[in-house]
Design a protein around this ligand. Structure first.
Ligand SMILES: [Zn+2]
Length: 535
């Protein structure tokens, strides 16, 4: 029983508690003290040092962003603005095969080069995974962090960016790196099987490296080998890796890309359900937008990307290779009419590159009187291989289906950024600012594709259970006090593809580990976030 009178550091009064379990909202007060939820119920006689009036508002657990790329941005600006202001209190990092560690001395410069401007803002002192986690801890952040190690990073550290299978010794040493990262607190390993160097790994290599993950009850996160024509085969591979290693499997940003693949998410979800029926812990995350975001280099054939950025640039200078690359891109575009109208530059650093941010390749081609394929090559060359690309390729029906399916979680696939400083210089995908708010606005309130409690469950309790975070993801006495107070009637994303750097609306208050970090517009910057450790 809740005592009739009590005292707490914070009392949230009069809200509708959406507790994260999927249960319907119920009116209750919530008391917070010492970083934990002290009481939930009718706390009429209670006194709080800080009182939050939540009449008409939803009181939910803080949202867990299951898939982010905040590995470096959190060190640049730990305020995690674009996420905190949507109610996010925990970010999973190290996705799509890339983490900032291990970074042996021989690789560090190349990694800084790869990341670009953000990395140059950071004091990159770490080498091993444990050192990176310590750097995160020292820097402090507004949100909690769940670290994961990237397979691509490990592969590059051990064998460079070569497009071949590892030797037995190389495989053993990659495996040691995975084990080291797990010991240092990684929740699992991620792959990016469309990116170099992860794309060169065969299934057997991944199985060998995911074995220690499975042994420790960790998670295998995968940006799978295809999200378009070979989507089903790619899902099959992820399931097989889960089955053979005992790892829990998380398929990244589930989607069906390209018109001819629209509708495939139905089969994909059926396949995931069957794996679950077989007893495998296979799930996925997704973001609520019709466009993806990646590197412009992904437009090139795989062979052109082998060996890393420098070798790619060399091929772009070589006339014969360049011709082959152009014909490859032409062929692809001819099978996908209107492709260059649906490809938008989100990020570039050079003086020339900046003039292309926010424009489609078609618009740039028109402006410059060049072929779109030549624009791609010109940009890659000017930017030393590093250009952000947004591509519109998913249909609304598939998005609604993956967002609302009960097995799914929500992941922005974006770094936490801010509209100021170096993090504010890009023209990013709006998902960095809008993912969680958009699910609540568009898919819950407007389209009623899922209920409020179901959406909150995906963003909180379900995600916490997947990550093994036993004391988070629910509003219940004794749990860590990560709380988001928002208005279900007004919560909305404001970031658009045209104007992406805009905070979400409708989030009234965000509490992280019992500390009010966001109160209305006011970001208190107490940095209460923790680097979480596997349970
Ligand atoms: Zn990815």
């Amino acid at each position: 029983m809740t005592p009739m009178q009590g005292h707490a550091e914070i009392i949230i009064r009069g809200g509708e508690v959406v507790d994260g379990t999927g249960a319907p909202p119920r009116r209750a007060d919530v008391a917070v003290s010492g970083g934990r939820i002290a009481a939930v119920g009718d706390l009429t006689g209670w006194h709080g040092d800080e009182m939050i009036a939540a009449d008409g508002l939803a009181v939910a657990p803080g949202f867990i962003d299951m898939h982010t790329h905040s590995d470096i941005s959190l060190l640049v600006n730990g305020r995690a603005e674009s996420k905190l202001r949507q109610g996010v209190t925990t970010e999973v990092i190290g996705m799509c095969g890339w983490s900032p560690a291990p970074a042996p001395d021989s690789r560090r410069e190349a990694m800084i080069q790869e990341v670009g401007a953000w990395a140059r803002e950071v004091d990159w002192t770490w080498g091993g995974f444990a050192q990176y986690v310590e750097a995160l801890r020292q820097a402090g952040s507004s949100v909690n962090v769940v670290p994961v190690v990237g397979h691509g990073t490990i592969r590059a550290a051990v064998m460079g960016e070569e497009g071949r299978a590892p030797s037995a010794e190389e495989l053993a040493s990659m495996r040691r790196e995975v084990e080291r990262a797990l010991e240092a607190g990684a929740f699992g390993m991620s792959t990016g099987l469309v990116y170099a160097p992860g794309m060169w790994a065969e299934t057997e290599e991944i199985i060998a490296l995911a074995e220690p993950v499975g042994k420790r009850g960790g998670i295998y996160f995968s940006h799978i080998r295809s999200e378009s024509d070979r989507l089903m085969e790619a899902i099959e591979e992820a399931i097989r890796i889960g089955r053979e290693t005992g790892s829990s499997v998380q398929i990244a940003h589930l989607k069906a890309e390209g018109r001819r693949n629209w509708g495939k998410t139905e089969q994909a979800l059926e396949r995931i359900e069957r794996a679950r029926a077989e007893g495998l812990e296979v799930s996925y995350d997704c973001y609520p937008y019709p466009a993806w975001n990646t590197g412009l280099g992904q437009m090139l054939p795989a062979w052109a990307r082998e060996g890393g950025a420098e070798q790619m640039l060399e091929r772009l200078r070589d006339e014969e290779a360049r011709d082959r690359i152009i014909s490859f891109m032409r062929r692809e575009a001819s099978q996908d009419p209107g492709r260059w109208e649906r490809r938008l530059i989100s990020w570039a650093e050079s003086e020339y590159g900046r003039t292309t941010q926010g424009l489609t390749i078609a618009q740039i081609a028109e402006r410059e009187g060049r072929e779109p394929e030549e624009v791609v090559i010109r940009l890659l060359t000017a930017e030393r291989g590093r250009v952000g690309l947004v591509g519109f390729g998913m249909c609304e029906e598939d998005i609604a289906r993956v967002v609302s399916h009960p097995v799914g979680m929500i992941g922005s696939d974006a770094a936490s950024i801010a509209p100021y400083g170096v993090l504010g210089e890009a023209h990013p995908h709006p998902r960095a600012y809008g993912t969680f708010a958009r699910v609540l606005a568009k898919y819950v309130r407007e389209e009623r594709a899922l209920s409020l409690e179901a959406a909150v469950h995906k963003m909180t309790g379900r995600a916490a259970a997947k990550l093994g975070l036993a004391d988070r993801g629910r509003i219940a006495e004794g749990l860590a006090a990560d709380i988001c107070v928002f208005d279900p009637a007004t919560v909305a994303d404001r970031a658009t593809f045209e104007e992406p750097q805009q905070y979400a609306d409708g989030v009234a208050c965000v509490i992280v580990n019992g500390v009010i970090e966001l109160a209305g517009e006011e970001h208190r910057d107490r940095r209460p976030g923790k680097v979480l450790t596997p349970g």
